[in-house]
Design a protein around this ligand. Structure first.
Ligand SMILES: Cc1cc2nc3c(=O)[nH]c(=O)nc-3n(C[C@H](O)[C@H](O)[C@H](O)COP(=O)(O)OP(=O)(O)OC[C@H]3O[C@@H](n4cnc5c(N)ncnc54)[C@H](O)[C@@H]3O)c2cc1C
Length: 581
C-alpha cells in the first residue's frame, strides 16, 4: 500500500497550487499527487482570457468590495458571501505572488500588470498573459512542483474514494500504463479533479473533464451542491464548440444577428453593458436570437465580429482566438466574423466545502480527512453564475488555501488503518465485470446518447416535462451500462477503452444529479432558466441545492442556507435585487 501524509487528486491549477503551497511551507510532509493525464495536460492549461483581481492598475478606485459585489450580483445572489470575501480580498496578493513565482503577465505601457474588461466586472480588472493565461500559470506551477520533487503519479486513474467509519482514508487507483491496482492511504485526501463538461455534447472542455471526483464523492454518500447551474459560455466556435475567449469581447468584439444588429441592445437586461454582460444573460440572449430565427441565415449561430479592432490589435491581444478560427474553420477573424453559439463551459456546482476547503455533509459538518478545491469544489464563490476570470482566481486562492489548511490539519492526525486487499479485490472485480459483460452496446454509443440527452433535456432553457423525461431516460442508460455494455479491449496496458468506461459511469451519475437538481429548483436564477418558472423566487429558493445518492441508489435532493454576511458590510448593495447590466 502506498502512503503519504496528503494525497492530492488532480494536477490542474487548483491541485498544483495546493502542492506548491505544501512544498514551500511544510517541506517535511510527504505529499503525493495523482493525475489521470500528465499534469501539464490538465484542462487548466487551456484557460485563456485571464484572472480577476482588483489591483487598480488602470483605475485606482477599484477595490475588493467592488469585486465582491460584482461577483455576488453576477452569482444572482446565490454565492456564499463569506467565501467571496476571501476570494476578492486575497486576489491582489495572489497575483503578485504568482508573478514572484515566475508567471509572465502581459504589461501595460507603464510597465504594470495589464488589466482588461470582462463581462459583469465593473472595472478593467482582469490580468492576463495575452489569451494564454492558463498556460502561463500552470507551466510555472508544474516547474515548481518538479523543483520541489513532488511525487507525481501521472496517468493514474482514481477509481474509488475510501470512506469508512466516518473517515476518508484513501483512494483506489488504476495505473493506466500497466493496469495495476494500487490502494493509497493518507491522513487527508484533497480532490482537485476539475469539471464535467463532457456530460454534454457541445463543450469547450477537454476529453478528461468527466466529473470523476464528483462521482466518487457522490458514490461515497456525500452531497453535490448547486449542480443545476451549468455555465454555457456564449461564444463557442460553431459547430465544434471550442472556446473563443471572453477576452475577445473584452477587447471590443460585437455580437451580430442575421439582421446585422448588435442584438444585446434589444434586451433591457443587457442594454448598457451589451457584449460585456455576464455569461448567463449573454448566452440566453444568443439562444433566444437563434430560437426566434435570427441566427445567421436562420442557422444555430450568430456572428462574433472583431474586424473593427484591426489586424495589429487582434494579433497582439487575442492571437489564440485568431489561431482557433483559422485552425478549426479556416476563417481569419481579421477579415471575416466568426460563427459562435453557447457551449457548455463550467460547473458552478460541485462538492460542497467550507471556507477552509474541508468537504461538508448535508448538515454542513466537515468530513474527516476530506478536502476539495478548484472547479470540482463548491465553496460557492460563483453561486448561480460565474463571472469570467473568477475561476482561475478561485483555483489559485482556494488551491493555495487548501494546501495550507490540509497541511495544518494532518499535523495532528495519524495514518488511518484500512484493509488494502479488500479494496484491491473489489476494484479488480469491477474491472472484470466490465470485461465479462457480453452486451451489445458500444461505449461510444452510450456516451453519445447520454450527451445528446443532456443537451436536449437540460440545456440553457429547461422545464419540468423535459427534465422528468430526461431523468427517466438516464435510468435506462444506467441499466444498459450495467447490463448491456460491450468492451473490445480486455488488455491491461494503456486500456483507454476501460478508462473511458469508468469515466462513463461518472458522466451518467453527474448527469443524473444535474437533472434532479434542475427539477428541484422551480425558479429561474443565473444559468438555470426554467421556462415554466421564469422568475427568481428568493422567498423559496435563495438556497443551495443538494443532490445525493440515497441508500436505494436513487438521487434525492435537499437545500441548505446561503451565507449573506456581506450584508453587514454594505446592506445597500448586498441585499438581493433585480439584475440589470
Ligand atoms: C477553454 C477554456 C478557457 C478558460 N479560460 C478561463 C479564463 O480565462 N479565466 C478563468 O478564470 N477561467 C477560465 N476557464 C475555467 C478554468 O480554466 C477552469 O475552471 C480551471 O482551470 C479548473 O482547474 P482545476 O484545477 O479545478 O481542474 P483541471 O485543470 O480540470 O484539472 C483536473 C485534474 O484532475 C485530474 N483528474 C480528474 N479526474 C481524475 C481521476 N479520476 N483520477 C486522477 N486524476 C483525475 C486531471 O488529470 C487533472 O489533472 C476556462 C475554461 C475553458 C474550458
Amino acid at each position: 500500500m502506498i502512503e503519504h501524509d496528503v494525497i492530492i487528486i488532480g494536477g490542474g491549477l487548483a491541485g498544483s497550487r495546493a502542492a506548491v503551497a505544501i512544498a514551500q511551507q511544510y517541506p517535511d510532509l510527504s505529499l503525493g499527487m495523482i493525475s489521470k493525464v500528465h499534469p501539464i495536460r490538465s484542462h487548466s492549461v487551456a484557460a485563456q482570457g485571464g484572472i480577476a483581481a482588483a489591483l487598480g492598475n488602470l483605475d485606482p478606485s477599484d477595490n475588493w468590495l467592488a469585486h465582491a459585489f460584482d461577483t455576488v450580483k453576477g452569482s444572482d445572489y446565490l454565492a456564499d458571501q463569506n467565501a467571496v470575501e476571501i476570494l476578492t480580498k486575497s486576489a491582489p496578493e495572489v497575483i503578485i505572488d504568482l508573478e514572484h513565482l515566475g508567471v509572465l503577465f502581459s504589461r501595460s505601457e507603464h510597465g504594470k500588470i495589464a488589466q482588461r474588461p470582462f463581462g459583469g466586472h465593473s472595472y478593467d480588472r482582469v490580468c492576463y498573459a495575452a489569451d494564454k493565461t492558463g498556460h502561463a500559470i500552470l507551466h510555472e506551477l508544474i516547474s515548481l512542483m518538479l523543483h520541489y520533487r513532488t511525487k507525481i503519479y501521472q496517468e493514474w486513474y482514481a477509481m474509488e474514494l475510501i470512506y469508512e467509519a466516518g473517515e476518508v482514508k484513501g483512494i483506489v487507483a488504476l495505473q493506466i500504463e500497466t493496469g495495476e491496482i494500487e490502494v493509497m492511504r493518507a491522513k487527508a485526501i484533497l480532490f482537485a479533479t476539475g469539471g464535467y463538461g463532457r456530460v454534454f455534447n457541445t463543450t469547450s472542455n477537454d476529453f478528461a473533464s468527466t466529473g470523476d471526483g464528483l462521482c466518487l464523492a457522490a458514490i461515497a454518500g456525500f452531497p453535490l451542491q448547486d449542480m443545476e447551474f451549468v455555465q454555457f459560455h456564449p461564444t463557442g466556435l460553431y459547430p465544434v464548440g471550442v472556446l473563443i475567449s471572453e477576452a475577445v469581447r473584452g477587447e471590443g468584439a460585437y455580437l451580430i444577428n442575421n439582421h446585422g444588429d448588435r442584438f444585446m441592445a434589444n434586451y433591457p437586461i443587457s442594454q448598457n453593458k451589451m457584449e460585456l454582460s455576464p455569461r448567463d444573460i449573454t448566452s440566453r440572449n444568443i439562444a433566444q436570437e437563434i430560437r426566434e430565427g435570427r441566427g445567421i441565415n436562420g442557422g444555430a449561430f450568430v456572428h462574433l465580429d472583431v474586424r473593427h479592432l484591426g489586424r495589429e490589435k487582434i494579433i497582439e491581444k487575442i492571437p489564440f482566438a485568431r489561431e482557433e478560427g483559422m485552425r478549426m474553420l479556416g476563417i481569419d477573424c481579421v477579415d471575416q466574423p466568426l460563427p459562435v453559439r453557447p457551449t457548455v463551459h463550467y460547473s458552478m456546482g460541485g462538492i460542497p466545502t467550507n471556507t477552509d476547503c474541508q468537504v461538508i455533509d448535508q448538515h454542513s459538518q466537515p468530513i474527516t480527512g476530506f478536502f476539495a478545491a478548484g472547479e470540482c469544489a463548491c465553496v460557492s464563490v460563483h453561486g448561480a453564475n460565474r463571472l469570467g476570470a473568477n475561476s482561475l482566481l478561485e483555483c489559485v486562492v482556494f488551491g493555495k488555501r487548501s494546501g495550507e489548511k490540509v497541511a495544518e490539519y494532518v499535523q495532528t492526525r495519524a495514518l488511518p488503518s484500512l484493509d488494502a486487499e479488500k479494496y484491491t479485490q473489489r476494484a479488480k472485480q469491477r474491472i472484470q465485470s466490465l470485461f465479462n459483460s457480453q452486451g451489445k452496446t458500444r461505449l461510444v454509443t452510450l456516451r453519445t446518447e447520454l450527451q445528446d440527452l443532456m443537451t436536449d433535456h437540460c440545456s440553457i432553457f429547461r422545464d419540468r416535462p423535459s427534465l422528468e423525461s430526461g431523468l427517466a431516460k438516464v435510468q435506462i442508460l444506467k441499466q444498459r451500462y450495467q447490463q448491456d455494455l460491450h468492451l473490445d479491449d480486455h488488455g491491461s496496458i494503456y486500456n483507454m477503452e476501460l478508462i473511458n468506461a469508468l469515466e462513463l459511469r461518472s458522466l451518467l451519475l453527474v448527469g443524473e444529479i444535474i437533472l434532479a437538481s434542475a427539477l428541484a429548483r422551480a425558479e429561474s436564477r443565473g444559468a438555470h432558466s426554467r421556462s415554466d418558472f421564469p422568475q427568481r423566487n428568493d422567498s423559496e429558493y435563495l438556497k443551495h441545492s443538494l443532490g445525493f445518492l440515497s441508500q436505494d441508489n436513487q438521487v434525492k435532493t435537499g437545500f441548505r442556507a446561503v451565507d449573506m454576511s456581506l450584508i453587514e458590510v454594505d446592506r445597500d448593495r448586498f441585499t438581493p435585487q433585480t439584475r440589470v447590466y
